[in-house]
Write a protein that binds this ligand. Structure first.
Ligand code: BGC
Length: 515
């Protein structure tokens, strides 16, 4: 799911698999994964709830607060309630900071190690949480948010790399969607906290921002407790320490062959001097196109517009403050449960079927919502009737369910399983950057879109769902159960469109273990 940092993972897989045990360090690693995912999810879910709290708006965004008061007094347009550039920047600054931080993080990960980079992420998270929860003015609030973004950038670079270097192959695939599961749990946790915090005046919003301290603290403690990975230690010339950690990891003293493989893998990885340039070669076009397009399309489903602003959206739908957070909790649970469906079915029915089915389901849900809201406008009624509002919530749930078993996890999984070894790390960096950039753009645009397009925002996203589903139908080959090193032969070369990019005489390097 994340940038892998240029290290030949197949080589490590062989070594870790030979005597793979579920050791304590592996359990701690899973906790790390969980807390990094929780932290990311909490940040995603948190801002929508906080920005719909009156006390928060009154303190930091008074013009939005007054508009909301006018609306509450039956005197304004619901769709434009939260249309404020500063409010949008509050939400999206985290992503922008994350994109910039990723570049620094790729340096620290390589030169200072994965462990230290995770510790840095933890401290950024903690500082961000403290500044946000204690904020007295916009400056503190925004700085806190930027720190959280830096935390995301550093964590997203280091945690996955760490995992790829310590996890046995057998559980690496599962970890991929497990991370997404934790993101959804983080979103749900944020929704629950928001629901309770909204009732506490005037400082409920501080509780809401401050609760992110729990996953932030766990991540930091976890990062301080674990050793750096053997690869990272060996790479930085600390061979003896690398050996000691390897012994702990494998649960045995017999690690000579593993160590040799890690040293060989490190040597080969260091030979790939310009992975980003290699990525631009013609034969790497298919996975590169998917890394970019799957991420852009994932965001063009409108998921974050709906998740970020679901509490806001529900107020705009006339559901009232309480009902809105309550509904957001329901959406959060649907998100978590449907991700479990994905974990269960992805290796049974394949990626294409999940994406195609979800395309149809998302399209129907979005069109239904548009139609209902269109009728509502024609009716000229003030608030949605109870039944109609409930119908809209149900449609949003079916939309989120289909996202959560398709584009949510698969937008990450597919790029991670289609790049060749020598470009996988660079390819994953592109994946993460495109994700943050698209998330940022949609976050920035969605409140103005809600204001100007009104319910048309759902029609807008439904149009994109058609485009991406057609794209999947014609261009995305099935990658289920295809070993990575055989992707060129078995997938691209057999595909009606992508075969033109793969020359017979240019067989990509397949395995470093044999190098
Ligand atoms: C996306 C996030 C989104 C989350 C929702 C992830 O796959 O990348 O942008 O917020 O799913 O569950």
């Amino acid at each position: 799911m994340w940038p892998r940092g240029g290290y030949p993972m197949e080589a490590l897989e062989v070594s870790m698999d030979s005597e793979a045990k579920i050791t304590l360090i592996l359990i701690i690693t899973c906790v790390l994964v969980a807390t990094a995912g929780l932290m990311f999810g909490y940040d995603v879910g948190n801002s929508g709830g906080v920005t719909s709290m009156d006390d928060f708006l009154e303190k930091f965004f008074p013009s939005v607060f007054h508009r909301k008061l006018m609306y509450d007094n039956d005197n304004g347009s619901a769709y434009c309630l939260f249309n404020s550039e500063t409010l949008q920047v509050f939400t999206s600054s985290l992503y922008l900071a994350g994109i910039i931080a990723t570049f620094f993080a790729s340096y620290t990960t390589r030169h200072l190690g994965r462990k230290l980079t995770m510790v840095v992420a933890g401290f950024f998270f903690i500082s961000g949480v403290v500044l946000g929860a204690a904020a007295q003015n916009l400056g503190m609030l925004f700085t806190g948010r930027i720190f959280l973004g830096c935390g995301v950038g550093f964590a997203n670079q280091a945690v996955p790399l760490f995992l790829s270097e310590v996890a046995p192959t057998k559980i690496r695939g599962g970890l991929n969607i497990l991370f997404q599961l934790n993101v959804t749990v983080g979103i749900l946790f944020a929704n629950l906290v928001n629901y309770g915090a909204a009732k506490i005046h005037p400082w409920g919003w501080r509780l809401s921002l401050g609760s992110a301290g729990i996953p932030a603290f766990l991540l930091t403690i976890g990062a301080l407790l674990v050793d750096d990975t053997p690869t990272s230690l060996v790479e930085r010339g600390r061979i003896e320490e690398g050996k000691a950690v390897l012994k702990k990891l494998c649960g045995t003293d017999n690690i000579e062959s593993e160590l040799k493989e890690i040293m060989e893998a490190t040597r080969v990885a260091q030979q790939v001097k310009r992975p980003f340039r290699e990525l631009l070669q013609r034969h790497n076009r298919p996975p590169l196109v998917f890394a970019i397009f799957l991420q852009i399309f994932q965001q063009l489903t409108g998921i974050n517009a709906i998740l970020f602003y679901s509490p806001v959206l529900f107020i705009s739908l006339g559901l009232g403050n309480d009902a809105s957070l309550y509904s957001a909790v329901i959406l959060g649970s649907v998100n978590v449960l449907s991700t479990l469906v994905s974990i269960y079915s992805v290796d049974r029915v394949g990626r294409r079927l999940l994406l195609l089915e979800a395309g149809v389901q998302m399209f129907i849900s979005l069109v239904m919502i548009t139609v209902v809201l269109h009728w509502h406008v024609i009716d000229n009624s003030e608030d949605l009737s109870h039944g109609t509002a409930l119908f809209v919530v149900v449609m949003i749930c079916t939309y989120i369910a289909s996202f959560a078993w398709s584009w949510g996890p698969l937008g990450w999984l597919i790029p991670s399983e289609t790049f060749q070894l020598e470009t996988r790390s660079a390819g994953q960096s592109v994946t993460v950057c495109v994700n943050l950039l698209s998330t940022f753009s949609i976050a920035q645009a969605s409140l103005s879109m809600l204001c100007h397009l009104q319910y048309g925002i759902f029609a807008f996203f439904s149009g994109w769902v058609v485009v991406m589903t057609v794209f999947v139908y014609f261009f995305l080959p099935e990658t289920e159960n295809v070993p990575i090193e055989e992707i060129s032969e078995k997938v691209w070369k057999k595909h009606w469109f992508w075969k033109r990019f793969i020359d017979d005489d240019r067989i990509p390097k397949t395995s470093v273990t044999s190098a």
